[in-house]
Ligand binder design. Structure first.
Ligand code: 9PG
Length: 532
């Protein structure tokens, strides 16, 4: 392989020209790049925050993620059935010299697949530009990031805040008194933001304080401010739950399928969830009012979650490409949020660039590393789990010139956590490499040493240098993530059969609710053994 490998690529496109600082810019709705070698590995890039992003064997055909009921919530449902290695906006292959060939779109609604030794890119609607380049992975991705910044923009906030987030300890079991206790107990721990996650609202679509927050969300913000922290709040503004008032009163604000029914955005909160149509003027006005209300309550840090809903395929009030429709909604949101720090989550990656300050770049962490159920039976790598989070986030750190990359929280506590010391350390190092620090550790759950370690972690500002594809120098230490981000082996016949049955069962809403109820019971028991 030589540096003129670009000239050895068999390219089909409407037009091709050299890029300003290397590589080629192609134009076309469909383009193909024939490789002069059999690639060993393919870099698949997931559509939204939680979707698998990883180097996988080029021969690996992953089955449809199980359970199918969650497909719209965990990846791009338009490609849920695609077996060939494929991914959103870009794809890359590895040559025998360890360098890579990237085929990356410079626009939205685009997808790349590997067909033998041909990379094939396609825009869903109309023609667009593509970038083709060969080189070492870090340089290639930095080059690509620069081109994307020119087209989509980049975040403007210099540094992300350090965040205490309620989710990964208390989940939906939050209430006013308990959060105020935590706020006081944080004491000298240097968090800028105290962020209230899911559990404060009346419903998904009914964004008012529920009975567990008698002082209201404005009251909570005032208490957080009085304690010297920036108030942060979670919402999922593009989702409408089947029990929400918007679902009853404004069915026309929803994204519809061709038969006129609402498009499924997945299943959560014990029910079916739907998507807001961000081209509907009344829905947009409602969104802007909601964001302004949250700002008036006093929240200067806003985590907007399940944002993929706005970019799902479907029929819209104004016909336009789906990611453009989403981006239009995000522009309205950004404008209404004003100067607040805006963290996107469950967000389609490229369509969110330039409009947010931070972005979750992987699935949720959890107090377990991986599970047989998720990794091998369901073959679902978007489900909450520490290894899933590490794997996908690490492969998205190239986005750092465009947005603050949030790899999710770290753990210092031993309570309600089954991670080993090494695994906790890996998540901490990931967050150092990502430059974004957050935790959900409840102060009263920490031993004196754990609290001291958390404080030192928050205070320290180690130099971080990427030294290789998976290696970093962090504060003088060498860290190699390679051994921890491989996909698990493919299940054999019997495991796969059991997985198919389990996936089928979990796709039945009633049974999903039974799994959920069991989880909630375990959490309540946990919280009563370890009170806040
Ligand atoms: C609140 C949570 C937290 C968290 C978000 C998001 O695919 N899934 O099964 C799945 C489950 C939970 C989830 C995302 C995906 O969590 O990432 O930080 O805010 O919502 O409900």
């Amino acid at each position: 392989m030589t540096d003129n490998v670009l000239t050895q690529l068999a390219i089909t496109a409407d037009a091709s020209r050299p890029g300003k600082s290397g590589g080629l810019i192609l134009t076309g709705q469909s383009v193909t790049v024939g490789l002069p070698f059999e690639p060993a590995r393919y870099l698949r890039h997931g559509w939204q925050s939680w979707t698998l992003t990883a180097w996988t064997p080029a021969s690996l055909r992953l089955p449809r993620m199980r359970p199918a009921l969650l497909n719209p919530m965990q990846g791009d449902p338009a490609y849920a059935g695609t077996r060939r290695p494929n991914g959103s906006w870009y794809g890359a292959v590895e040559a025998s010299d360890g360098k890579i060939v990237l085929l990356g779109a410079l626009g939205l609604e685009s997808h790349v697949e590997l067909d033998g030794s041909t990379l094939a890119g396609r825009y869903e609607e109309g023609s667009g530009e593509w970038f083709v380049v060969y080189g070492n992975e870090a340089e290639v991705m930095a080059h690509y990031a620069g081109l994307l910044a020119e087209r989509l923009g980049r975040g403007k906030v210099a540094r992300p805040p350090r965040v205490w987030c309620s989710w990964y300890s208390l989940y939906t079991e939050i209430h006013e008194q308990q959060l105020l206790k935590i706020l006081a107990d944080l004491g000298d721990l240097p968090f800028e933001v105290f962020q209230i996650d899911d559990g404060w609202q009346k419903g998904i679509g009914d964004w008012e304080a529920n009975e567990k927050f008698p002082s209201g969300m404005d009251g909570m913000a005032a208490s957080i401010r009085a304690a010297g922290r920036i108030p942060g709040l979670w919402l999922a503004p593009l989702l409408i739950h089947s029990s929400a008032s918007v679902y009853r009163d404004h069915r026309d604000w929803l994204l519809h399928d061709k038969n006129g029914g609402p498009v499924s955005a997945g299943f959560n909160w014990s029910g079916l969830i739907y998507a807001l149509d961000t081209t509907h003027p009344e829905a947009l006005a409602w969104l802007a009012d909601l964001m302004k209300k949250v700002r008036t309550w006093g929240y200067d840090y806003v985590k907007l979650d399940f944002l993929y809903a706005g970019a799902l395929p479907g029929k819209r009030h104004v016909e336009m490409p789906r990611e453009a429709a989403y981006r239009q909604g995000l522009e309205v949101i950004r404008e209404a949020l004003g100067e607040a720090y805006f963290l996107t989550c469950g967000a389609p990656i490229f369509p969110s660039l330039g409009l947010c300050d931070g972005m979750r770049v992987g699935p949720d962490v959890a107090g377990n590393w991986e599970s047989l159920r998720d990794a091998r039976l369901l073959q679902n790598h978007a489900i909450p789990g520490a290894q899933n989070a590490l794997r996908t986030s690490l492969n998205r750190l190239w986005l750092q010139p465009l947005v603050h990359t949030d790899p999710d929280v770290v753990y210092f506590r031993r309570v309600q956590n089954g991670l080993s010391g090494e695994q906790m350390g890996l998540l901490q190092d990931l967050s150092r490499a990502a430059g974004f620090k957050a935790t959900s550790d409840v102060p009263s759950w920490l031993t004196a040493e754990e609290r001291q370690a958390l404080k030192a972690y928050l205070e320290s500002d180690e130099t971080v240098e990427r030294t290789g594809r998976t290696t970093y120098r962090i504060g003088g230490r060498t860290v190699d993530f390679a051994p921890f981000i491989q996909l698990p082996p493919q299940p054999g016949f019997f495991l796969n059969l059991i997985g198919a049955v389990l996936g089928g069962l979990a796709s039945v809403p009633v049974l999903m609710n039974v799994f959920d109820a069991l989880g909630r019971r375990a959490l309540k028991k946990d919280l009563s053994t370890h009170p806040v």
